[in-house]
Design a protein around this ligand. Structure first.
Ligand code: SF4
Length: 884
């Protein structure tokens, strides 16, 4: 058995994994018990990583202008295009749009090439979409972009405040750590979120505040701390500046808890309780994430939180700190190398001394003079044809950026679009001139940094397929073709990491917090064996733990700053019928589904885009749970399944951000989001747009399963998801086709292979069923009904795994119901053991199960990764309520 220790490629928790290959060649993955982030735990996405390692959909060779090309031809095309663009329009006509999925070494060389050798600072990362406001807030308050706390604070805090984060779904392993601490320590939990999310299952208090009113809530908290004598005067006097102005700004907004409650749409007693708990609990940890950052006032919201921690001296102390949770596996690594348009490198900006230091270190012929274009500005510049050549690395901006349709139009008109990615058919790949095949997770080597500043290795445990190459190699090859080979002559990622570490330590002397001097001479074997470590780690000193508990802040005068922040005007839904549109993640999908979309067990948790709304809003809009609705505004429109949920704040909608044109006919919610950004951070406001909702009247509903991936047309609504050995398509349309037999044969029999075709049509009911068999095995099947189809397809999925179908199975296909009459298991809740919601509800009701332990014993539900535990608690509660 050989073992390789590596790091998860999904969220910013940064869990360690162990990949093992048995003597027979079987690969297995498990949580690394020695990694400090997860100590052996994994969430449902991490546990399903093995499902995503296949080659289906991979980009395996370079493509130029839609045709397979050699690496030389593709790299020549990229280098030639960049050179011609610079010569004709200047260096600022070139841009790189990179990603928190890249490794630190990839990030480093991309940043070095464009800022040091092309001469443009137009490099920005999709991390701009997730944590730029936290960066700006940290710099304003602490003088440096550094997260003071540690994951260990989860076990050491007495009060944990979770703001704008569905921790249970977006950072599930941290949620598991918190849940365990709660069991042993009795940790109190307050959730501040307009929605009642699964995270609230562990909350002692949920504050469903009005969207955009966080500054008022935390300004009120600052005043309450003052009124209750909870301000640490000694700490404030010795180590901070600006409290008086911050208090005055808070007072002008809402002087009392009752004012705050009114402005935030909360119950005054709940606000008072939160303030009292915060004031009385020295070990208070505040976790915040996208609900705070993704706002047009995100930086002020961050500083409103940091103000309360500075006032109480709860910064970087055990169990007491503000804590920004990063979304991506290496968002922090991008911040470290400076692969953001407003930074230069290694936590240095564009001050003359920084520029001189970096130019000399890189021996850079034309270092960028000042900040470049941030993500939204960058694609605006593409639309204006100010940027003429863009290299996109490991990201899918046609789905993830706001005003995504405008981004598509901008890229379609751009002179040169290069995309390096490991997936062949993303929405962005469709508009790229050059596709460069990148190595994927498990194939590449490098480092990532998680939310707590912990640097971990990603290591190779499978051989890279086809002609795939590391991202750093592609950048260096283009640099060589541009005449800069000497500056990019690395023999591997270890050499790049050493150079990055040397730059962090260069002329540092404690002036910059990021210092990896102790790693500047790491040789190949030491890099290969590198254990997780937290920065800073200056030469001759110990690696860091928490920051700022003692000693000065990294500002010139050693003091942290309070920021006087004014609240936003209360969120309004705009015109009549308009609702506040909030977007976010779901438990079992990651970003634009290019990896997680390949896993059947992850798709089983939530296979369709949905719109969640309060029952009152559903009644007003005349939509029912489980039907389809249009969600639209002047920018775009999507179709989604309606989920009616009392936990959704009245007047608001929630739509997940994952679905792209590859997975749904009209599912891209970011096409509806306006490109409004925070003035300090440039981070877009994904949480607070407006949209209206109307029913989508369907004349027919369909369910199609096929072993092949089909390009579907002729349906207003289709959603594609993995289901066992088949692809599943949920379909619907406003008008049925003229004849179902012709429609279905045209789509299912297009490959002309010899087939056996069985079908049944009920013209009176407008129902139709058809199946295509090859060598007696089920190859595809289609069910059409005038009413929504029961979406449980377990029995159909099982038929795809069967051999030759029996007469009973054929009859079941034509009858449209399972041969055994087995009760449906419903939407999967426990991904590890494939346990469905209907199955769980039946077990609770029929066997009188009272808690998750009993559910675990009866069905195994919740006994694997634990990501489903909040949903199990909800089902127990709701089933008991129905029974009562
Ligand atoms: Fe990966 Fe899940 Fe850990 Fe995040 S919490 S790093 S997705 S295993």
């Amino acid at each position: 058995m050989s073992e390789v220790r590596t790091t998860c490629p999904y969220c910013g928790t940064g869990c360690g994994l162990v990949a093992s290959r048995s003597a027979g060649g079987t690969l297995s993955l498990r949580g690394d018990p020695e990694h400090p982030a997860n100590r052996g735990r994994l969430c449902s996405k991490g546990a399903a990583l093995g499902d995503t390692l296949g080659l289906e959909g991979r980009l395996l060779h370079p493509v130029v202008a839609g045709r397979r090309a050699s690496w030389d031809a593709a790299l020549d095309r990229v280098a030639g295009g960049l050179r011609a663009t610079v010569e004709q329009y200047g260096p600022d006509a070139v841009a790189f749009y990179v990603s928190g999925q890249l490794l630190t070494e990839d990030y480093y060389v991309a940043n070095k090439l464009i800022k040091g050798f092309i001469g443009s600072a137009n490099i920005d990362s999709n991390s701009r979409l997730c944590m730029a406001s936290a960066v700006a807030g940290h710099k304003r308050a602490f003088g440096s972009d550094a997260v003071p706390g540690s994951y260990d604070d989860l076990e050491q805090a007495d009060l944990v405040v979770i703001v704008g984060s569905n921790l249970a779904w977006c950072h599930p392993v941290l949620f598991q750590r918190l849940r365990d601490a709660r069991r042993t320590r009795g940790t109190r939990v307050v959730v501040v979120d307009p929605r009642r999310t699964p995270t609230c299952e562990e909350a002692d208090l949920h504050l469903p505040l009005r969207p955009g009113s966080d500054v008022t809530l935390f300004g009120g908290l600052l005043l309450a701390l003052d009124a209750r004598g909870a301000i640490d005067a000694e700490y404030v006097g010795a180590r901070t500046e600006g409290l008086t102005a911050a208090l005055a700004a808070a007072r002008a907004a809402a002087a009392t808890a009752s004012d705050v409650a009114h402005a935030c749409g909360l119950v005054a007693a709940d606000v008072e309780r939160f303030y009292a708990w915060f004031a009385a609990t020295p070990r208070t940890l505040t976790l915040f994430s996208q609900g705070i950052n993704q706002s047009s006032r995100g930086t002020d919201q961050v500083n409103a939180i940091l103000n309360c921690h500075l006032a109480t001296g709860r910064v970087g102390r055990p169990g007491a700190s503000p804590f920004s949770l990063t979304g991506q596996p290496n968002a922090m690594g991008g911040r470290e190398v400076g692969a953001l348009a407003n930074q230069l490198a290694a936590h240095m900006d564009f001050a003359p001394a920084d520029r001189a230091r970096v130019a000399a270190f890189w021996d850079a012929p034309r270092l960028a003079a000042g900040p470049g274009l941030k993500a939204v500005e960058l694609f605006d510049a593409v639309a204006r044809r100010q940027v003429r050549a863009v290299w996109i690395m490991a990201t899918n901006p046609l789905v993830s950026l706001p005003d995504a349709e405008r981004v598509r139009q901008a890229l379609a008109r751009c002179d040169l679009v290069v995309l390096s990615d490991c997936v062949a058919d993303t929405d962005t790949a469709a508009v790229a001139d050059v596709l460069l095949p990148a190595q994927a997770w498990g194939e590449k080597e490098g480092t990532v940094s998680n939310s707590e500043r912990c640097i971990s290795r990603q290591r190779r445990f499978v051989e890279p397929p086809g002609e795939t190459r590391p991202d750093w190699w592609m950048v260096c090859e283009v640099a060589r073709r541009l005449g800069h080979g000497a500056a990019f002559a690395y023999d591997g990622p270890a050499a790049i990491f050493r150079e990055h570490a040397r730059l962090t330590a260069l002329d540092n002397g404690g002036r910059r917090l990021l210092d990896l001097g102790a790693l500047a001479d790491l040789d190949g074997p030491a890099y290969a064996a590198l254990e997780p470590l937290r920065w800073p780690w200056p030469a001759g000193a110990a690696a860091a733990g928490r920051l700022f508990a003692d000693g000065p802040f990294p500002a010139a005068d050693g003091r942290a700053r309070f920021v006087a922040v004014a609240p936003l005007a209360p969120a309004a839904a705009g015109a009549p019928g308009q609702l506040v549109l909030n977007t976010g993640r779901i438990r079992d999908q990651w970003h634009t589904m290019t990896r997680t979309g390949r896993s059947a067990r992850l798709a089983a948790h939530c296979g369709e885009p949905y719109v969640q709304l309060h029952p009152d809003d559903a009644a007003r809009a005349h939509v029912a749970d489980g039907t389809l609705a249009r969600v639209g505004n002047r920018r775009s429109e999507l179709l989604a399944r309606v989920v009616v949920d009392r936990g959704q704040r009245p007047g608001s909608l929630f739509v997940p951000m994952h679905w792209s044109d590859r997975f749904a006919a009209r599912g891209r919610v970011n096409a509806l989001v306006a490109p409004r950004t925070d003035p300090h951070s440039g981070q877009p406001a994904f949480k607070h747009d407006t949209a209206s909702l109307t029913p989508f009247e369907c004349a027919w509903h369909g369910l199609l399963l096929c072993r092949r991936d089909l390009a579907l047309d002729g349906a207003d609504y289709w959603v594609r998801s993995r289901a066992g050995r088949a692809w599943r398509y949920d379909l619907a349309g406003a008008e049925p086709p003229a004849a179902w037999p012709a429609w279905s044969r045209a789509r299912l029999c297009a490959d002309q292979a010899p087939v056996e075709w069985i079908e049944y049509e009920d013209r009176g009911r407008r129902g139709y069923r058809a199946a295509r068999l090859v060598d007696g095995q089920l190859e595809s099947c289609l069910f059409v009904e005038p009413e929504p189809i029961d979406h449980n397809s377990d029995w159909l999925v099982a038929l795809f795994a069967a051999g030759r179908l029996t007469d009973a199975q054929r009859a079941a296909l034509l009858g449209g119901r399972p041969p055994s009459g087995a009760a449906p298991s419903g939407k999967v809740v426990c991904s590890c053991f494939g346990v469905g919601e209907a199955q769980i509800v039946r077990a609770i009701a029929e066997r009188g199960l009272a808690d998750v332990a009993a559910l675990g014993t009866a069905l195994q539900a919740g006994t694997g990764c634990g990501s489903c535990l909040p949903e199990l608690h909800r089902l127990l509660r709701e089933t008991a309520r129905v029974a009562a």
